[in-house]
Design a protein around this ligand. Structure first.
Ligand SMILES: *Cc1c(COP(=O)(O)O)cnc(C)c1O
Length: 355
């Protein structure tokens, strides 16, 4: 950690805004970025002064370690605007904590709280017009860190760049999601980096997901790498199963990312007196429940989509369709959670933070 105390952010404003050229009604997820970005470099064992400046590409040395050894981590968060034009974050302390856990696992320096939190807030204040009102609208926040130090020696970089970029988002609808249960590939292993939000965890998923797409499935439900018998995550989301009227989700582990949506769903469900068990769910149990009709729902939980219902799954070349319910629990939970995030319902948990 640094010895100098960071308490100041330099701001260089963009001369013009591109906001008028953006069609907020037809936004594809994560394609449009706001006018400014935050940059904070780490050199000589210290974090330098953070700077907010116009969003733009930047030069890097071809031997920068991020290109060769994948030292890169990120976070995904959202900001919401309420009816009074106040802007709110959802549990940002959790993202900050997780970011630095990921940093430690990837042998990267921890980012000071001031740089992450005040940097984020200052940047959002500057881009407040990019946060659109109304349920479903948000500003997606992407803090990330890359190894910028040069040299192809396989060792941790001595230099890093922390950045935050922002992208306006509409509610995320991914169409009908069918999943395939992993029988061979894995996204994470014990002792690996599955619990860190490391860039490499995502690239490792691309090839198996591409194969699943070719078979007509949008996502993969990951199983444990050793036996492929335990259900762990759905794509890049945590996963919940409803058997009769009880929800199930796996406990977090070295292979499962500790999702903030997941833990918020658990707290919400407990408050609503919906039965929930945090325990290992076996593939065999799921297949059995699908066969006897007790399997009612499967849904993913993560910041981008909040809750993503799954319509069916394939296992050992057999497809199991889920029932179409009149009042799915997934929808009820999603409404509760998005109401809290958008300040449409009282936040009894103290999760929302005003900017
Ligand atoms: C980011 C992520 C999640 C969801 O985490 P949230 O904090 O809820 O957004 C779940 N699984 C994986 C693998 C992830 O990378």
């Amino acid at each position: 950690m640094t010895t100098n105390t960071l308490n100041d952010i330099e701001i260089i404003k963009a001369p013009t805004s591109k906001i008028d050229s953006v069609d907020f009604q037809n936004l594809a997820f994560g394609n449009v970025f706001t006018d400014h970005m935050l940059v904070c470099d780490y050199k000589d064992g210290q974090w330098e002064k953070p700077v907010i400046k116009p969003y733009a590409p930047f030069l890097m040395d071809p031997s920068a370690k991020v290109f060769h050894y994948g030292q890169a981590i990120f976070e995904g968060m959202k900001a919401y605007k309420d009816v009074n034009d106040d802007i709110w974050l959802f549990r940002p302390d959790q993202n900050f904590e997780r970011f630095n856990k990921s940093a430690v696992r990837m042998a990267m320096p921890e980012v000071p709280e001031f740089v992450f939190m005040e940097g984020l807030k200052e940047l959002i204040r500057l881009e407040k017009d990019w946060v659109q009102k109304g349920l479903g609208n948000s500003l997606y926040l992407r803090p990330f860190m890359i190894a910028t130090g040069t040299g192809v020696i396989a060792a941790p970089s001595q230099e890093y760049r922390f950045m935050i970029i922002l992208s306006p988002a509409k509610s995320y609808y991914s169409g009908e999601v069918k999943v395939i249960i992993a029988e061979h590939f894995s996204r994470a292993a014990n002792g690996g980096i599955g619990a860190a939000k490391a860039a490499g965890n995502y690239s490792a998923q691309f090839y198996p997901t591409k194969l699943a797409n070719e078979k007509g499935y949008q996502q993969i439900i990951w199983t444990d790498d050793a036996t492929h018998t335990k259900l762990e995550e759905a794509g890049t989301m945590n996963v919940f199963f409803r058997i009769n009227d009880t929800l199930f989700t796996a406990p977090t582990s070295e292979r499962i990312l500790d999702g903030i949506t997941r833990k918020s769903v658990i707290d919400l469900v407990n408050k609503e007196n919906i039965a929930l068990e945090v325990r290992t769910v076996l593939v065999d149990e799921l297949v059995e429940a699908a066969k006897n009709g007790s399997l009612k729902e499967i849904f993913g939980a993560g910041t981008a989509a909040v809750i993503n219902p799954i319509v069916g799954f394939s296992y050992k070349d057999e497809y199991y369709e889920l029932p179409k319910l009149e009042k799915p629990m997934a929808l009820k939970i999603k409404q509760k959670l998005t109401n809290i995030q958008n300040k449409l319902e009282e936040d009894v948990f103290g999760w929302t933070v005003k900017i």
